[in-house]
Write a protein that binds this ligand. Structure first.
Ligand code: FE
Length: 196
């Protein structure tokens, strides 16, 4: 005859909640994407195609929300790191994205901007959640360049999007860590450049 504890254990195994409980996090936390973490000798951030909508010479700014902008606010923050997890100051980050209708501004610079990481390797953008467009999951485009170094071109994705599975470009390594923050979302992604 099973003890009460064994019964409970068997029940938990059947419902799949025991593993989460034993690992010390709750079922909600388990649904969140893994927190980007840097380990010594970490693999550099995966490169992705630039796509057809990059424009050089975007304005230097961290706030891409202009008067009349629509769409949920996203505060995107993170670090630019070397493969030894050292923060890189003065690295360029250029971000471009679709608007709330899935369109890119190809005549001006709406939802385009660049900035440089601070002394602690941090960057921060305030923008909107881009809409999906035909054939693509929701994403940001970015270029990251250390001072005088090679450009990393890639794209960042939102967790929990049905469109991710249908987008052949999607890579789970490029998922941001996203949490609700007020009326919008706080997104986090740390870039690891191929620098020792
Ligand atoms: Fe795109």
């Amino acid at each position: 005859m099973m003890t009460q504890d064994q019964t409970r254990r068997r029940f938990l195994l059947a419902t799949g909640t025991l593993a989460a409980a034993e690992l010390g996090f709750d079922a909600h936390a388990q649904e969140l994407p893994p927190t980007p973490a840097c380990h010594d000798g970490d693999e550099p951030t995966v490169r992705q195609t630039e796509g057809p909508f990059f424009k050089p010479r975007s304005p230097e700014r961290s706030d891409l929300i202009e008067s009349g902008s629509r769409g949920a606010t996203v505060e995107l923050t993170g670090l630019v790191l070397t493969r030894r997890c050292q923060p890189l100051a003065g690295a360029l980050i250029d971000l471009w994205q679709a608007d709330d209708k899935g369109d890119y501004d190809n005549s001006g610079f709406r939802f385009r901007g660049h900035q440089f990481t601070d002394a602690n390797g941090r960057y921060r953008f305030r923008t909107i959640k881009p809409a999906r467009y035909t054939g693509r999951a929701r994403h940001f485009h970015v270029k990251v360049q250390p001072s005088g170094g090679r450009i990393l071109t890639t794209q960042l994705y939102f967790p929990g999007e049905a469109g991710n599975r249908r987008d052949p470009l999607f890579r789970s390594e490029l998922l941001m860590n996203v949490a609700q923050a007020g009326n919008g979302e706080a997104a986090r992604f740390d870039f690891v450049l191929d620098i020792r």
